[in-house]
Design a protein around this ligand. Structure first.
Ligand code: SF4
Length: 447
């Protein structure tokens, strides 16, 4: 049975020393109960408490670190729920773009540079390819080591080295062991040797097998061989089976506390058709993959997948908001248009993006609607003409511009009369209903 925060708290030293990073022992206990921290993170735990909670206090899915410590590495795993609405998903999946073994050294470098540049901004956040999947299958040990070393030197992202020959893998991993690449992959046929390579180089290991039972055997053997950072590999091209097996493994770990399958998952969906790859990758974003290998490096493929990651790996209980303030877009002056919108991040960044596209510098007053978009805020009484007037006053908008014209969202035309009657904004102009209409509106209406 799952421990409650009070069960855990009873066994803590109760000194509130903060050495665990939390202000009180109770706060720490709540994190352990939520499976976000391990009991072992309290350095003052008595041996009796450690014994009592050794198994049940560690998260059922291991947090696995891949790549160098610090900003250039990443963590996956430590998920706690089957469904996002139960709590949230914690560590977002990483896209790994393949560098094929058939490429020449120069072509491989060019591809690596392309991966380095695959960084985009959406709703104010950076979204990017997070890994390079370097194939070494079929190369000699020396050639594999040379390729791994050369790509590692210039790569912005950690590598997963892909091959099944332990000798070649040993040489490639040995050349870049300090960068902690992911070793892909141990199978029932090579697991003994691959576990040795991972243990000797202290690198994480991906393992795959034709059944969950055999996969569990490999992870148990890896643990026995000193490799704790493991990733479970599923065949992304057999989509239905992979979804079934990933789901079963996650359920076994989270619901039954079955430790041999308590690791993040990885799928390879790389194929020649970008549309198929996009669909498959997006499906596995929703269905539990921690790493997704693809071929595509074009924004038209990457952005939809990364957008799915961004949407699913947010906290559904916390509105995605921006600060309610007067924002300046472009080189504004006292004649610049003044618009208002809500503090729902997607709404704000849509408006900001379209204003930028219009090339007309503008002030945007952001009204606090508790993270709701325009219509939802209106329907839920989170925005009114009075609130808009008060917000503009509090933000000092009238001191920033000398005109008294205000552009309001086209979805709120009823605000016009009240704002004109009750504020200094004597000319209220009804703007477009959608942000996409802003450039045309500013070009034609704002003189
Ligand atoms: S380190 Fe241990 S004793 Fe100190 S506050 Fe955290 S839980 Fe309490």
């Amino acid at each position: 049975m799952a421990m409650t925060a009070m069960d855990i708290y009873k066994n803590l030293p109760k000194t509130n020393c903060k050495d665990c990073g939390f202000p009180t022992c109770l706060a720490f206990a709540m994190q352990v109960a939520a499976k976000q921290k391990a009991l072992i993170d309290c350095p003052h735990l008595s041996d009796e408490a450690k014994d009592a909670f050794s198994d049940s206090s560690t998260p059922p899915m291991k947090l696995v670190h891949i790549g160098p410590e610090g900003d250039s590495g990443f963590e996956i795993g430590q998920e706690t729920v089957m469904f996002r609405h139960e709590e949230k998903f914690h560590n977002h999946p990483v896209l790994a773009v393949k560098i094929a073994v058939a490429l020449s050294d120069d072509e491989a470098k060019a591809r690596s540079e392309g991966i380095n540049k695959a960084v985009f901004t959406r709703v104010g956040e950076e979204i990017a390819v997070g890994m390079a999947a370097v194939e070494i299958e079929g190369l000699s040990a020396d050639a594999a080591a040379a390729r791994a070393k050369s790509l590692c030197e210039t790569s912005r992202v950690p590598l997963v080295l892909m091959g099944c020959d332990p000798v070649t893998m040993g040489a490639a991993v040995g050349a870049v062991a300090d960068k902690k690449p992911l070793i892909y992959r141990a199978t029932p046929d090579n697991s003994e040797a691959m576990i040795k390579v991972a243990a000797e180089n202290k690198c994480p290991l991906a393992a795959g097998a034709e059944s969950l039972e055999k996969l569990a055997d490999i992870t148990q053997a890896a643990k026995g061989g000193g490799v704790e950072d493991l990733v479970l590999v599923f065949d992304g091209h057999q989509t239905a089976r992979a979804v079934r097996d990933i789901t079963s493994a996650r359920r076994a770990a989270l619901k039954k506390n079955f430790r041999p399958l308590g690791f993040p998952a990885m799928v390879d969906v790389a194929c020649d058709d970008p549309a198929t790859e996009t669909v498959l990758a997006t499906a596995f974003v929703a269905k539990y993959a921690g790493i997704i290998v693809i071929n595509g490096l074009d924004g038209s493929e990457l952005i939809p997948i990364l957008t799915a990651v961004q949407n699913i790996y947010t906290d559904p209980q916390v509105p995605n908001t921006v600060e309610a303030k007067l924002c300046e877009v472009g080189d504004v002056n006292e004649d610049s248009p003044l618009l208002f919108t809500t503090n729902f991040a997607l709404t704000y960044f849509s408006v900001e993006g379209e204003v930028e596209r219009s090339k007309v510098p503008c002030y945007i007053s952001v009204v606090d609607t508790e993270g709701l978009g325009v219509l939802n805020a209106y329907a839920g009484d989170k925005i009114s003409a009075e609130m808009v007037v008060k917000t503009l006053e509090a933000q000092g908008a009238a001191e920033k511009v000398k005109h008294r014209r205000l552009v309001i969202p086209g979805l709120l035309p009823t605000f016009r009369a009240e704002i004109e009657d009750t504020s200094v904004w004597k000319e209220v102009i009804i703007g477009p209903e959608n942000a996409t209409g802003i450039p045309k509106f500013l070009a034609e209406t704002w003189k």
